[in-house]
Write a protein that binds this ligand. Structure first.
Ligand SMILES: C[S@@+](CC[C@H](N)C(=O)[O-])C[C@H]1O[C@@H](n2cnc3c(N)ncnc32)[C@H](O)[C@@H]1O
Length: 232
């Protein structure tokens, strides 16, 4: 694979525009919680990882449960050295491949169809927006374990418990869309038990459109929490 290096700081808006052109899987499967991360949230995560922590540019990056590839392709766009995306769903990976062709990024990301368990390599950075475990309880734990096994640094998105309207309002008003918060005691214990140390936790508002029959509102809005973790 050729060396990809982003020579200049990419504007967040340009990153968001690039990500918004990445199409979702054609037939998302509720059992896999297969919704696509909103372009704005993906841009926020990638921007933090690249420019606040220096974990993307010229790094090897793994996207666990890549879906149609927004995080993987965004990492390649920002100048990752090598990117791998893996997803259990064939049609999602096919969409990711087509998205990479459309973005002129063929060969910049390696796509794998399979369970996260098939990955055994080592990566500088793991990015993941795993199933939150709404359909299959604890589905995100397997992802966290694999991420901590394969990555030096992990960016993992989870559904937070916050429901307080005032908190959501304050969060939405933030210029960069995120707020530093404390970790949940469960996640802290889980991460430390698997060899990780939490660098930071960021709350952000996430809105996903009505996709599945059990969604009762047009848009489901909730607070998501980004765990930034390093392996010790
Ligand atoms: C919430 S979606 C996120 C998709 C994409 N990363 C994004 O942020 O737009 C979770 C993804 O994990 C995939 N997935 C679920 N269980 C999996 C497993 N055991 N191994 C690999 N991928 C899995 C689903 O197919 C789905 O594409």
């Amino acid at each position: 694979m050729g060396r990809i290096m982003q020579k200049r700081l990419v504007r967040k808006l340009d990153l968001e525009l690039f990500l918004s052109q990445i199409e979702s899987p054609p037939t998302p499967k509720p059992s896999l919680e297969q919704y696509t991360i909103p372009a704005g949230v993906a841009a926020t995560i990638l921007y933090l990882a690249a420019y606040a922590y220096n974990d993307i540019i010229n790094k090897t990056v793994l996207d666990l449960g890549c879906g149609a590839g927004r995080l993987a392709l965004g990492a390649a766009f920002l100048g990752a050295k090598h990117v791998v995306g893996v997803d259990i769903d064939k049609s999602a990976v096919r969409m990711a491949f087509e998205n990479s062709l459309k973005a002129n990024m063929k060969g910049k990301v390696e796509w794998i169809i399979g369970d996260v368990d098939v990955i055994h390599g080592k990566f500088d950075t793991v990015l993941q927006n795993p199933p939150f475990g709404v359909q299959k309880p604890k589905a995100d734990r397997k992802f966290l374990k694999k991420a901590l096994e394969t990555g030096k640094v992990v960016y993992s998105l989870h559904k937070g418990p916050h429901k307080d309207k005032a908190f959501v309002k304050r969060l939405k008003a933030r210029k960069n869309g995120v707020m530093l918060i404390g970790p949940s005691s469960f996640f802290k214990r889980f991460i430390e038990a698997h060899g990780g140390k939490i660098r930071a936790v960021y709350a952000t508002v996430m809105a996903i459109p009505h996709m599945f029959s059990f969604h009762t509102k047009k848009k489901h809005e909730f607070v998501a929490e980004l765990y930034v973790i390093e392996r010790i």
